[in-house]
Structures are given as C-alpha cells and as structure tokens.
Design a protein around this ligand. Structure first.
Ligand SMILES: *[C@@H]1O[C@H](CO)[C@@H](O)[C@H](O)[C@H]1NC(C)=O
Ligand SMILES: *[C@@H]1O[C@H](CO)[C@@H](O)[C@H](O)[C@H]1NC(C)=O
Length: 484
C-alpha cells in the first residue's frame, strides 16, 4: 500500500464512519479497512481515528478472509456485555453467568453463511441495498446492539443447495466452515449472541432432504427422524459443527459464549399428511429429545431447542388453537409436530413460530390465541419459551408510499409486543420474540414480503423501541445462581 492509498483509505474511513445513517458504519469499499489494518505503519495511522483499534485488539482477520468491513466504535450500545453462557433459570428466565437477565430478542437473519463466504453479493433472500458482503453482517450486528437486540437467529446451514456446509456425507465445504468461523468471531466482537440453526426442513442443503437421500436414496424426508443411518449422518454433522475449533479465534464452538443456543432443525415436519397422527407426532418429538441428549454429550454449555412451528398434535388439549382448526382444517395438527411433547427434556427450552399468512389463518381469534396459549402451555410444561420466528407480509399490491401497505403487519407487531412486554415482565414464560427478518431497505418485487426494512417506520417506531424498553427493564434474573 502506498502513502497515497493509505491516505485515501483513511479519508474514506473518516467520512463514512459518520456519514452512513448515523450508525457510524464503515463500508468495506475496496477492503480498505482490512488493507489498512494489514499494512504495518498504516495501522498506527488508522488507529488515530480509533477505527482499526477494534481490529488490532481483536483476534485479527484471517489472511484469506474476504471480510474487512468493521464498525467504528462510536455508537451507543444498549445491549450490555453479558458474561459467560446464557442459560435458562429455574423460573424459566434466561440469564448470563452473573445472573443478568437476557431477553431472547432480535432478528432472524438469512444468508449470512453465503455473505461471509463472499459467494454472492446478494444470495437468495438477502435484500438489495443491504451493504454488500460481510458488511451486511456487521451492519446488522451494529444495529442490534444499539437497538436492544442481544440475539440473532442465524442459519448454520446453507441457504441454497449449491452452498451446503456438508456437501456429501463427511465431505465439508471449507469456505462455508470458515464463513461460520467469521460469523461467530464477529458476534463475539460485537457482543451479539447467536441462536444457531443446525439444519433445515425446507432447503436442499444440510436438510431433512439431504440426510434422507443419503441414507435411503429417496426423498421421503420422514426417514430423517427415524432411519438410524440418517440419524447417524445428522449426528456426525452436528458433531463436526459443535466441536469445531474456530480458525480465527481458536475457540471451540461448544465453548464459545458468542453462541447463545443450538436450534437442532428449522421447522421439522412429517410429509405424511393425514396419516400423521399422534404416533407420527411422537416420532419428531422423540427425535428432538434424543438429539438434544446427543448434543449434551458434546456441549455442556449451551441451551438447546428444536425450531418447530409449535403446532399441537391431534391428542393435545390445545389443538383447537392450531391455525384453521376452527374452520375444520386439520392440516397443522398433522404436520408431525406436537408442542406438548416436543420439549419434554431438561436439555430443551421451548420455542415456536408464528406465520399467519403462510399458514392461511389471519383471523383475529387465531392470532390472539396463538401467542397466549403457547405461553399458557409452556407454563404448564415448566419451560422457558421463545417465539423464535414470526413474520407478517406487507400487501404488495399497494404502493410502497401508501401507509395501507403495511397496516396489517403493523397490527400483528403491535399485538405481539402488547403480549410480550407484560408476559416478560411478569412471571409468564415468554422470554423473547424474534422477528423475520432484518434487511435494511424495502424489498423490490423479487424480495421477501415478510421482511422488515431496517430503516422503515415499523423498525424504528415499533420494533426498536419495544426491544429497548424490554432490555432496559430486564434487571437481575430470578431463580438464578451465579456461575461467574
Ligand atoms: C421427491 O421424489 C419424487 C419422486 O421422484 C418427486 O416427484 C418429487 O418432486 C421429489 N420431491 C422433492 C422435494 O424433491
Ligand atoms: C391488498 O390490498 C388490496 C387493495 O386494497 C386488497 O384488495 C387486498 O385484499 C389486500 N390483500 C390482502 C392480503 O390484504
């Protein structure tokens, strides 16, 4: 790097650190920050603006990393620096090792694995306009810690079939693994916690589909939950991830407090339809309980959940609260899920999702009961509960400039925060809600109508203030014993 280049980079850092939407985000342009940080004398120069001090004091970037974007440490942090691991307390709250209560709130994010690996500027599902590459990750992390969101739900599985972490049994995509290292490393730097999703039911990457195909040669995904070969393949895989030593930080994932918890799989479902009654529900429940026990043999530190949608099985007294049940539809009762039996293990905390549009029930009755009844049921079960994914579509037939476009969505978010706030501050079980999903500009026609544009009114006027208020009122956890 020449003196001229260094000066140019520095100028860019100085101007951009204050210019971008008041959040002090430093774009990665030309990998400038990275090149400065790596360039001997220029390190001192850049530290004058206290930018690369973050890098200098951190573990440093891998020389092969495509990621150079950093965040100038000038923002107002709302999320405190938690100590140690976050765990459920005996009164169904979550707390760090000093018994500081932690609300499990923040965004779902999508495609970070691909962003960190630099395989595409905008992998499927990532909104146009989010800073390109790794900057999209650090940007969201910086917003989270300012806006009261300690936890992001992150896919540790591929978002598309051409970027699976495990490409065939035992064969790993090194770039994907390094990308995970980067995400965990940055989360540690920013003090963001990751709810790490280990597999998925919907993609053809690190999914029910892949393990079923490898184990049985057919795409009958129910074998994922029952076939011993499929279960063995899944366990080999999650062992690779959970016991991995991060190539950037040198810390094993199982020992890294940047990870909040393991989510064994996103939205596991049976494909048997009406043939899937209570016995079939039990198969998925048993699978989750057994896999949680397996994870516990590898990792004594992190909480574990199963990313089910939270449908009640046909034998549950709560089944009347399933989507469309009131209109006689049993589809959601026959997905193989059963909230009542899914989490019956001391290793698991409870979680569920909420998708009124995708589930075809936007009735007020369903919407009201879905949140309230999971809270009531989790309390009966004696479980900490997290709404780990919820989303509401905007009406994309209405002009982006018309407030009616997002009216129904606003109503759902208002309703969720109206229940979550009081539930969190009393002795109920609901310990967090996680929205779908953070992006930083309105999506174009090819985007995801459920996502939240980071700078829109919903985010700035509803989500961020609600999260901040809950975070600030969190205080000390009950039922907690200090461990550090
Ligand atoms: C599963 O296999 C069947 C039969 O080959 C095929 O019709 C179906 O589309 C496949 N499903 C998926 C999700 O690939
Ligand atoms: C979207 O808005 C249009 C125009 O107001 C309306 O006719 C339609 O029912 C709305 N769709 C949904 C899903 O609310």
């Amino acid at each position: 790097m020449t003196v001229g280049e260094a000066a140019g980079c520095l100028a860019l850092l100085v101007t951009s650190s204050s210019a971008v939407d008041g959040f002090g985000f430093v774009p990665e342009t030309g990998n400038c920050a990275y090149r400065i940080a790596m360039a001997g004398a220029a390190v001192l120069l850049a530290c004058v603006v206290a930018v690369c001090c973050t890098l200098a004091s951190g573990a440093g970037l891998s020389s092969t990393s495509v990621c150079g974007g950093i965040f100038a440490p000038t923002f107002n942090r709302a999320v405190p620096a938690y100590t140690g691991f976050i765990k459920p307390t005996s009164t169904f709250q979550f707390a760090d090792s000093s018994c500081q209560r932690v609300p499990i709130q923040g965004p779902n994010v999508w495609g970070w694995l691909e962003l960190a690996a630099g395989v595409q500027a905008n992998p499927p599902g990532v909104a146009d306009g989010i800073p390109a590459g790794c900057d999209g990750i650090t940007y969201v992390m910086s917003r989270m810690v300012q806006d009261g969101q300690p936890v992001a739900r992150v896919r540790f599985h591929g978002a598309s079939s051409d970027f699976a972490v495990e490409q065939s049994p035992g064969v790993y995509n090194e770039a994907a693994l390094k990308a995970l290292d980067y995400i965990v490393y940055r989360a540690g730097q920013y003090g963001v916690k990751l709810l790490a999703v280990l597999a998925d039911n919907w993609q053809k990457a690190d999914s029910t589909y892949n393990y079923a195909m490898w184990a049985t040669g057919t795409n009958q995904t129910d074998s994922f939950f029952a076939n011993p070969t499929a279960i063995g393949l899944y366990q080999n895989h999650i062992k690779q991830i959970i016991t991995r030593t991060n190539t950037i930080t040198g810390v094993k994932y199982s020992e890294d407090p940047a990870i909040f918890a393991w989510d064994l799989i996103n939205e596991p479902r049976s494909t048997q339809g009406s043939a899937c009654l209570q016995a079939c529900s039990q198969a998925i429940s048993t699978w989750g309980i057994n896999q949680a026990a397996f994870v516990r043999t590898l990792d004594a530190n992190h909480p574990i959940t199963v990313g089910t949608e939270g449908f009640w099985g046909v034998g549950s007294p709560y089944k009347q609260y399933n989507p469309s049940y009131s209109t006689g539809s049993l589809w959601s009762s026959t997905t193989g899920q059963d909230f009542d039996t899914q989490f019956l293990s001391a290793n698991l905390f409870a979680s569920y999702h909420y998708w009124p549009d995708l589930w075809g029930d936007v009735s007020t009755t369903f919407e009201t009961n879905w949140i309230a009844q999971h809270d009531a049921d989790a309390k009966t079960l004696g479980k900490a509960l997290v709404l780990s994914e919820f989303g509401k579509q905007y009406n994309n037939t209405i002009s982006p400039t018309d407030a009616a476009r997002t009216a129904a969505r606003q109503e759902i978010y208002d309703q969720i925060f109206k229940v979550y706030g009081p539930a969190y501050s009393t002795d109920n079980t609901l310990q967090g809600v996680m929205f779908w999903r953070f992006a930083n500009t309105p999506v174009n026609s090819g985007g995801d109508a459920n996502e939240v544009a980071g700078l829109d009114a919903l985010y700035t006027k509803t989500i961020a203030p609600a999260y901040l208020a809950i975070l600030k009122a969190s205080g000390t956890a009950t039922g907690c014993t200090k461990s550090g």
